[in-house]
Design a protein around this ligand. Structure first.
Ligand SMILES: [Zn+2]
Length: 263
């Protein structure tokens, strides 16, 4: 029963996140007006606004103009639902579960906005950071660890940006590759926010996973000729992927790494 409720909650919140992903970067209100088709402007009926089901029944098209609805709507709902179930499976009845659910929503929201608009709004990441730090006050959680995780995230983005700006970009230019940095100012509070939820150890794992994911995807895109030269790839989605690795496997990977290096 709990499982079904959590999956449903994830799907419904995912549906709401879709609205936020579309409207927040455009400076629109997330409560009014009610959902409408971005193509014909017709209001979406409540029975056409059921997560996943409506998308499948309407074959991913608007009921009125038959315009295609981005598959992003379906994907975001499914991912949010799946991550909610995964979080409960991992953390069970503990304070870690609500923390994980909040983090999942923030990650989906900001990673998708970054992917579409190449920006992570401060008005989302700063309140997220405050929430993460507040989570450190919960029973059996550590405020100090939340602060340390946030500091590590911020320091990493600053370091990566300077490394790129002052060292790597010059080396690339010498080889005739003009690649703009994919790390923007919005990544700093975003990384700090993630760190405040994960704490120091898991944040270390998250950052490592983010870099690995970024390198792999970057190489694959280059090999497929998808990356236009000079086109920056936003780093936010990789931070979000790293954050999920840190959230679910952080302590395991950290302990495994310590045992490996010390043992
Ligand atoms: Zn329409």
């Amino acid at each position: 029963m709990t499982w079904a409720l959590l999956a449903l909650l994830g799907l419904v919140l995912g549906s709401f996140l879709n609205v936020c992903i579309h409207r927040i970067p455009r400076g629109e209100s997330i409560v009014a007006p009610p959902s409408h088709c971005p193509r014909c402007g017709k209001r979406i009926r409540s029975y056409d606004n059921i997560p996943v089901l409506s998308y499948l029944l309407l074959h991913g098209r608007c009921r009125f103009c038959r315009g295609l609805i981005s598959p992003r709507y379906l994907v975001v709902e499914l991912i949010t639902g799946a991550l909610f179930v995964a979080a409960y499976a991992k953390f069970g009845v503990s304070w870690l579960t609500p923390k994980a659910l909040v983090l999942v929503c923030l990650l989906v929201l900001m990673a998708l906005i970054d992917l579409e608009h190449q920006v992570i709004p401060f008005k989302l990441s700063i309140p997220g950071l405050v929430l993460g730090l507040a989570g450190g006050l919960l029973p059996s959680q550590s405020l100090t660890d939340a602060f340390l995780g946030a500091a590590l995230g911020a320091a990493f983005v600053l370091f990566a940006w300077m490394l790129w700006r002052y060292v790597l970009a010059g080396i690339f230019r010498r080889f005739g590759v003009h690649q703009r940095e994919g790390i923007g100012g919005g990544d700093l509070p975003f990384a700090a926010m993630i760190g405040s939820f994960l704490g120091l150890k898991s944040m270390g794992v998250a950052l490592f996973a983010a870099v690995v994911a970024g390198v792999i995807v970057g190489l694959v895109m280059r090999a497929m000729g998808r990356a236009k030269s000079g086109q920056p790839v936003p780093f936010g989605p990789f931070l979000a992927i790293g954050a999920l690795v840190g959230l679910f496997f952080g302590p395991v990977i950290f302990n495994w790494y310590i045992a490996l290096t010390l043992g």
